[in-house]
Ligand binder design. Structure first.
Ligand code: CP
Length: 347
């Protein structure tokens, strides 16, 4: 009997070669040019199961619509809302509230669907568990079909592909060496690092002049930073870190705002909140944007107005956050084509 290839999972782009990344980017831009009313039957008779352990507006709707517009069927499940409560730990006696183990949940869904999209959560209490993607990897181990990471503890590859295509389209493809500022911003809650990690790695892979701006104490993961520096160097770019927002914004072509919690205070929430509160002024303002070279303002959304960014920036022509969100649909289509070996990804 012919041996089947292993499922094409999308955990994060760093596990996927440059050629495939480039083809996914090209394909996303092709879908963008076809527009939001482009329907096909490319994925006819295929099915996609979506399982969310966290809320979502963009990822859920864009992935459902992408599947349907490619001719596939999509089902969305929200864990704990109409599903059984799910146990993650191996070897436990399941005599508590959880009636189903992740092994069976994913094993069963693999029997029905041709791919699974899963959004899991960061514990935000166990840094090693989050960094090592323990929950997402448990799902991948239990699955027999491709698993698409719809945002995990540490990475958001669907967002990253859409972001990269947005930047390429906005800057007309000439992105190498252009200044990309990933700016920390104040937020009332400590947020996970999935988006900043993926945005950093994405801009580095585009060969941009990446500047990570954050207050001391909000350093990103050392392994992610090292990977970004290596990727940037390999693609003609560079990654630097500054602790001054005004300095970071000088000459920027793209400003990407995002908040994240302090990994150094991962297990000390009161200390983390006190440190974060000292930096309420880290907010994107028109004055900061005036230091840039007419930079585009990006944010993955949802965004807290007048906390992360002023109305005057978000409502200005420099803000491209809605276009960025629009690209999510086109990126999801490219991802589905990739994991399902559809043209132009057919071997
Ligand atoms: N950016 C993003 O992933 O949005 P949602 O959380 O609404 O899916």
């Amino acid at each position: 009997m012919e041996e089947l290839p292993p499922p094409r999972h999308l955990i994060d782009w760093q596990y996927i070669d440059d050629d495939t990344w480039q083809r996914c980017l090209t394909r996303t831009l092709e879908h963008y040019r076809q527009g939001k009313h482009a329907w096909s039957q490319a994925a006819r008779h295929r099915s996609l199961g979506l399982l969310f352990f966290n809320p979502s507006l963009r990822t859920r709707t864009s992935m459902e619509l992408a599947a349907v517009q490619l001719g596939a069927h999509a089902t969305t499940l929200v864990a704990g809302q109409g599903t059984w409560q799910i146990e993650w730990r191996d070897g436990v006696v399941m005599d508590g509230p959880a009636a189903e183990h992740i092994r069976e949940a994913i094993g069963v869904l693999s029997e029905y669907y041709d791919a699974l999209g899963v959004r899991v959560f960061a514990s935000q209490t166990d840094y090693v568990q989050d960094r090592d993607e323990v929950l997402l990897r448990a799902i991948v181990r239990a699955a027999t079909v491709p698993v698409i990471n719809l945002e995990s503890a540490f990475y958001h590859p669907c967002q990253a592909l859409a972001d990269a295509a947005t930047i390429l389209e906005h800057l007309g493809g000439a992105v190498q060496g252009r200044r990309f500022v990933l700016s920390w911003a104040y937020h009332p809650r400590p947020l996970p690092m999935a988006v900043p990690n993926s945005a950093l790695l994405m801009a580095a892979r585009l060969g941009m002049e990446v500047v990570v701006a954050h207050p001391p104490g909000f350093e990103l993961d050392e392994g992610v930073m090292a990977r970004a520096q290596a990727d940037a160097a390999a693609h003609g770019g560079r990654v630097t870190v500054v602790h001054d927002q005004a300095e970071a914004f000088e000459g920027a072509a793209i400003v990407y705002a995002k908040s994240w919690g302090s990994r150094l205070l991962y297990t000390a929430p009161d200390d983390e909140a006190a440190l974060r509160a000292q930096h309420r002024h880290w907010r994107v303002t028109p004055e900061l944007m005036a230091r840039t070279r007419q930079a585009a303002f990006m944010h993955c959304l949802p965004v807290r107005r007048n906390v992360v960014v002023d109305d005057a920036v978000l409502d200005s022509p420099q803000a491209i956050h809605l276009k960025q969100a629009a690209f999510r649909l086109y990126a999801q289509k490219a991802i589905l084509e990739y994991v399902w070996h559809l043209p132009p990804f057919d071997p």
